[in-house]
Design a protein around this ligand. Sequence first.
Ligand SMILES: Cc1cc2nc3c(=O)[nH]c(=O)nc-3n(C[C@H](O)[C@H](O)[C@H](O)COP(=O)(O)O)c2cc1C
Length: 342
Amino acid sequence: MPMMKLAQNILLNLPPELSHNVAINGLNAMGQLPGPINPLQGRKVAFLGRELANPIGLAAGLDKDAEAVLGLAKVGFGFVEVGTVTPKPQPGNPKPRLFRLREHNALINRMGFNNQGVEAMAGRLQRVRESGRVSNTLIGVNLGKNKDTPLESATDDYLIGMHRLYALADYFTLNLSSPNTPGLRQLQHGGALAELLGRVKEAQQRLANGRAVVPVLLKVAPDLDDEDIESIATALAASELDGLIATNTTLDRHAVQGHVHAKEAGGLSGAPLTQKSAEVVKKFRAKLPANMPIVGVGGISTPESALAMLAAGANLLQIYSSFIYKGPNLVQKLITSTRANN
Ligand SMILES: Cc1cc2nc3c(=O)[nH]c(=O)nc-3n(C[C@H](O)[C@H](O)[C@H](O)COP(=O)(O)O)c2cc1C
């Protein structure tokens, strides 16, 4: 659609965070137009006890405050993940904190969980649910901890998010893998992870209270060695968590060395992640129970990279950076390319 292409070009010529805000406003406006909202039809896929119309989802971080859920659902995604949301609102890191590395089809961000908090998100998701306009697109909520919550109390923050949003989310993601909240990634390791997952699992049952249990997934970093992967997989299986999302952004700058923004602090996403994320998925697939779903994310931007992620063992896919660079038309393209496979 030429209009779409034009809008995309305009957006890519604005400063990155302004462009992000304009896009969210545009998507929000798109969602307000009347009419039914349905995912694009592709290869149907079973996920968390539901049947999705297609396996392509939007990754967390684009719609941190659930401001554009209807518009994003209208784009046709099979599932849309909002957040990361923290219990209290927080401003995130000072700007600039988002950088385009266009030559690499990549981004570096150190947003730092800027968001309006669980209460604001609950209000918006409530309105989405009440509108009755989204029923076939899964809405996941990605949960985080506030920057000023000590690491020892991090679990409490995840439980606050689950508690407040339990009736509004189709699934939760525990984000333990953002590089932009000091210490967060440590929670992926050893006893800290086992304890966190144990308490989350207990809360999941308690909050269900006779209603349907809301599934919980864990989102991990790509910067894990084999030992980390082994111990995370063991903890996931032992706690019977509902699934894995791999991966978040990377600290590795190998692929973008020499770029003017390469040394910016934060997480690198987009094309430099394609191979790395698929490798992490492949290693987890070999260790996790066969029926535990994996959502593959990281550098998926073409039919080839989508198929490679599925071949590595992912059941579903999410995109973020390529959606920024290529726009909504990419979603249909990826859905078509994954139609015949798996
Ligand atoms: C600007 C930006 C903000 C992000 N914010 C979040 C976030 O709040 N929570 C999260 O779990 N992941 C966040 N991510 C990571 C993405 O969800 C995704 O895991 C990562 O970018 C890799 O996918 P991609 O290569 O398709 O972008 C963010 C990524 C970007 C580029």
